[in-house]
Design a protein around this ligand. Sequence first.
Ligand SMILES: Cc1ncc(COP(=O)(O)O)c(C=O)c1O
Length: 369
Amino acid sequence: MTFDFDSGIDRRQTGSNKWSRYPADVLPMWVADMDFAAAPAIVEAMMQRLQHPVFGYCSAKPELRAQIVADMAANYGWSITPEDIVFLPGVEPGFNMAIKALLAPGQSLALQTPIYKPIRVAPEHWSLQPIALRLDRPIAEQRTELARADALLLCNPHNPTGKVYDRAELLALAEAMGDRPIISDEIHCELLYDGRRHIPIASLDPAIARRSITLMSAAKTYNIPGLKTAFAIIQNPELRQRFEASRLGMVDSVNIMGLEATLAAFRDATDWRDAMLAYLEGNRDTLAGAVAERLPGITMEKPEATYLAWLDCSALGLGDPAAHFLTHARVAFSPGSDFGPAYGQFIRFNFGCTRGRVLEAVERMAASL
Ligand SMILES: Cc1ncc(COP(=O)(O)O)c(C=O)c1O
């Protein structure tokens, strides 16, 4: 089956956050969702579910748990059981629940910056001391700070830089954390390029798994984030119980259509995923080439994963580059300052859209300079 990622779809009348925040002449390249239609297999499964007209409270079916167990074994050589999986209405609620379950006010949480804003602000929400480590420093140099952290909130693959942690780095992080907990946001785990393989940190060793909460979802890879469905994998029953208790009437059960869509994604849409990844890899390379050619003064390292590129605009001296491009190029990016106070000279460019739109954004940027 072939899939068309090149024809743009008008999303303006759908209530899309991405397409409704800015005026109609602004190209939105900010929030992390893609402009592609969902896989036909997902749409089909949801339509089929709509044939049954009762939409009561529901839980994940055994088929979905079995699918995730099989995928973890096949994709990562990670052996989990159906009981290890806890369904959630999002990864963001998941890492906040994990923090609530594991840490008390005043304790410390290590993060690697720049970092996705809801992760960056999480310590403040829970009255924790943030230990903000620089992602570009070798892990060996982060050991002293990691040694005083009560927990680590890892983001792998990493948003906004697209970094993929390799085995040695993950082992070094786990070792530096001793027996303290690791919360691992792995929402972008199927969006790797150049033949790279994702490694869940908990899959490395049962001793690491015993103190880990891993968060995953079909949302990013299959472009269904509005269906608000995710899951945690927690192999330590005591940790899982504490995690469940932290719902506290605030984090509810999961949307019925999201569960249908997640099963269809993992079971029936991997051909779509592979085609979409090839297209995204082409977008990434096209963007890197266009930045080098058309935007002197901006540097970009090719992301190893995700559909997000992290562009360094420091050399341009624009003041606030995101504001400059919004005003003068009519393109909306995520401002670097969202990801840490030291990153105001960066922008995050979402290339999960038609290639034509990627190039149009670059041309608008070039014209504004
Ligand atoms: C690293 C990371 N974690 C979590 C989320 C949000 O996930 P959810 O919508 O499932 O809460 C995002 C969305 O961009 C993300 O990039």
